[in-house]
Design a binder for this molecule. Structure first.
Ligand code: NAD
Length: 478
């Protein structure tokens, strides 16, 4: 179903994110019939360029970041014809009057801030001062949303001076993933899981976001943030919230976000013993983390693992183990809900098998899987094996699954539809920093040094110990 006609201005339209994700995502929505031909996309950035230049850049981006099979010649031309470009200076006066001329009345207005966060405030101010954005306009802001609580508050304030919270869409692209929304569908659309979804039946939860890439060319930038700020404070906490939250009374933005906020506020501070930080060593795939960031004394982590606790009735006593890192053995993101053993086994099997695991796979191969114990087929007596009940989208849904939109394109369409459910509210972001800041301050005060780990491994050995000492094991990263 096509969305309403819109004008979408992409500040930073010539940048890496726009070229890699936003423009290809918009093209796919057009090719899929969701972006109406009356829509217009206006690139706005610092570079001197005309409409033709922006179209050329966009064509090259589509060719570079999309498979050739996804590009239809006619559709590409149609998409390019909807594009225009305005050179603007986010911190000055240049270009704003011209930008205003591009904005049509009577269509949805959305402004995507795909620029450094230091430009969020100046752009918001100019949009209002020049009368470009009205009270119905929507603004989309990218991560990182702050470096700590103080800077996140300052950013929130700089936007709140000009826009109402209902107009602000803070992107966390993890929330745009199909399986993440499926997590809510599975939890709140079925009777099967929710009665078991608590500390009485769940032994523990694991969240893994593993990357094979190193920090590469972003070394200097990355070294100022690290895995806690870059991944945990936003993406992993958001996933944790969706697992741990109470059922909202409605599937609407504030009902969902109220429940997520309660989870963040119920997070315990992490004890020093429950935290592992690491840096990859030099290896076959490239230099060490320290070389990549060009600082042999850096104490920033590019791997982090934690045992976390949510202090409420539902989750008291159930650990949430989370880990994320670079240069690990596989690119794999998954959530695993590990259920307890049956209280008494009538079969001759040891306890601690943890046969029932619900796995929610974010990448690659989005899908879900539930393992159950059955009898091994054959005449060998009552031998038990664990087999997967598979819910791979590709198999279950056939062609429909091949059309699963990328997180960015789905989220952009949500902006146009005015649906904020999958975007972070300002108080959520602040609460996440309020939990993160003291954890970082504590390791800094202790002078904590990250442990080195082998490239292509599962991270430092201490991370394995985090579960071993509780009699548990991480799932394989694969
Ligand atoms: P980039 O450096 O590639 O592009 C920056 C863009 O901002 C360019 O188009 C540039 O012309 C424009 N710009 C810079 N200063 C300007 C000014 N004064 N006035 C007008 N335009 C100006 O950056 P990027 O990688 O595209 O990232 C953009 C934002 O998205 C950042 O906040 C980044 O943290 C975030 N982000 C990027 C990625 C990614 O994969 N690249 C992923 C997640 C979040």
């Amino acid at each position: 179903i096509p969305v309403e006609p819109f004008d979408l201005v992409i500040f930073g339209g010539t940048g890496d994110l726009a070229r890699r994700k936003i423009l290809p995502g918009l093209y796919r929505r057009l090719a899929d019939g969701q972006m109406p031909p009356e829509a217009r996309v206006i690139g706005a950035a610092r570079s001197e360029m005309d409409d033709e230049g922006f179209r050329k850049l966009t064509r090259e981006s589509l060719e570079e970041f999309m498979p050739a099979s996804a590009l239809d010649k006619e559709r590409v031309e149609e998409f390019l014809s909807l594009l225009s470009y305005v050179q603007v200076d986010a911190k000055g006066d240049g270009g704003w009057a011209e930008l205003k001329e591009h904005i049509r009345p009577d269509v949805v207005h959305a402004f995507y801030f795909s620029v450094a966060p230091s430009l969020f405030g100046p752009i918001a101010e100019r949009l209002k001062d020049h009368g470009i954005a009205d009270d119905n306009a929507r603004i989309v802001v990218e991560k990182p949303f702050g470096h700590d609580l103080a800077s996140a508050k300052a950013l929130n304030q700089s936007l709140a001076c000009h826009f109402d919270e209902t107009q602000i869409y803070r992107i966390d692209h993890y929330l745009g993933k199909e399986t993440v929304q499926n997590l809510m569908a599975v939890r709140f659309g079925n009777m099967l899981f929710e009665p078991l979804w608590n500390s009485q039946y769940v032994d523990h939860i694991q969240i893994t976001v593993a990357e094979t890439v190193g920090v590469g060319g972003r070394g200097e930038y990355y070294d100022r943030s690290g895995a806690m700020r870059d991944m945990v404070q936003n993406h992993l906490l958001q996933l944790l919230c969706l697992i741990a939250m109470e059922p909202p009374s409605r599937y609407d933005p504030d009902a969902v976000r109220d429940e997520k906020l309660k989870v963040i506020r119920a997070l315990e501070p992490v004890r020093p013993d429950d935290l592992v930080r690491g840096q990859y060593r030099e290896g076959p795939d490239g230099p060490s983390y320290l070389e990549d960031v060009g600082d042999p004394r850096s104490r920033t982590e590019c791997f982090i693992a934690m045992r976390m606790s949510v202090s409420n009735w539902r989750w008291a006593g159930t650990p949430f183990y989370i880990r994320t890192g670079k240069r690990l053995k596989a690119r794999a993101s998954e959530i695993a809900i590990v259920f307890k053993d049956a209280p008494h086994s009538i079969f001759d099997v040891p306890q601690g098998r943890h046969s029932n695991v619900l796995t929610i796979r974010l990448q690659p191969n989005e899908g879900m899987q539930m393992t159950v114990t059955i009898k091994e087929p054959g005449p060998g007596g009552m031998r038990l094996i664990d087999v997967p009940l598979d819910m791979s989208f590709a198999e279950a849904l056939g062609e429909q699954a091949a059309d699963i939109p990328d997180a960015y394109e789905r989220l952009i369409m949500d902006v146009i539809r005015g649906n904020q459910t999958l975007f972070m509210r300002g108080d959520e972001v602040e609460a996440a920093w309020a939990w993160t800041d003291p954890v970082i301050a504590d390791w800094e005060a202790r002078g904590h040094v990250p442990s080195p780990y082998e490239q292509g491994s599962s991270g430092p050995d201490d991370a394995l110990m985090l579960l071993h000492r509780d009699g548990r094991r991480w799932r394989e990263i694969r």
